[in-house]
Ligand binder design. Structure first.
Ligand code: C5P
Length: 249
């Protein structure tokens, strides 16, 4: 397939750059820049290189999802969100468990800063429950009484109510959320925990293939190690895009 001719398809693929080695990261970005939608900068890369790595990748014309998963008091989160708007990220996230005030303040400062600085407002997503967390961890370690799916659905409905642009959840939960929580067609359902059949599971627990994730209702999928750890990242991306094409055919 000609992946260049399918911008809407490539936009759905987010590649997670989880590394502490800038040279390695830039090598991957240069290989994949025009083949995928977003690069995801998370805590590992950001704590190693800070805002300069955001700028370096943006300067190559790429879109950035900043996966900082902010969770703190509303004042701290809203200022941190403003700073990330100034760094011109295209998407960022906060924990839904931070509660209503934190989420509303985050959204307000995002919109105000974007307007003041004349920057396109980035999409603000809510993190539901990490894809590495199991029902057992939720109930025994965190003492959350609800079943995992019920809890994720509750958080997703909360995100809709607060007017966030979307959520992060596992591909397995995307289906329930799509069916129950979301009437807004523009609401983003972003799913990590995606593993093509040819890839290793690593530490991810609630996983699905790229095709399953999209069929379940994910609007975007996040893939890290199956691509960045591959001997041929470009070929891995091509195979994933082929699967996505099959899913939306
Ligand atoms: O390498 P892998 O494909 O497992 O990477 C998944 C990425 O998605 C990681 O950067 C991880 O931090 C992130 N993530 C996740 N689960 C969430 C939110 C983000 O795995 N709920």
């Amino acid at each position: 397939m000609n992946i260049q001719s399918k911008p809407q398809l490539k936009d759905r693929l987010i590649i997670a750059l989880d590394s502490s080695d800038e040279q390695e990261v830039i090598g991957i970005v240069d290989k994949l820049a025009d083949k995928i939608g977003y690069f995801k900068i998370g805590l590992e890369l950001f704590t190693a290189y800070g805002p300069s790595i955001v700028k370096k990748i943006k300067d190559k014309g790429c879109k950035i999802f900043f996966d900082g998963k902010f969770l703190d008091i509303p004042n701290t989160v809203s200022h941190a969100v403003s700073n990330m708007v100034r760094h011109k990220v295209d998407m960022l996230n906060v924990y839904l468990s931070g509660g209503k005030n934190m989420l509303l303040e985050a959204r307000k400062s995002l919109l105000e800063t974007a307007q003041k600085e004349n920057i396109k407002p980035p999409k603000l997503l809510g993190v539901t429950v990490l894809t590495s967390i199991t029902n057992d961890v939720l109930q025994n370690d965190l003492k959350i009484q609800a079943q995992l799916e019920e809890y994720v659905l509750h958080l997703a409905q909360f995100a809709v109510k607060i007017n966030l642009d979307g959520i992060i959840c596992s591909p397995n939960e995307a289906k329930i959320i799509k069916g129950a929580a979301v009437e807004n067609k523009d609401f983003l359902i972003v799913t990590p925990g995606v593993r093509p059949v040819w890839a290793e599971t690593n530490d991810q627990k609630r996983i699905a293939t790229p095709k399953e994730a999209i069929l379940n209702g994910a609007t975007h999928i996040v893939v890290g190690r199956p691509v960045t750890g591959s001997k041929d990242p470009l070929d891995a991306v091509k195979k994933i895009l082929d699967e996505l094409e099959e899913a939306i055919r």
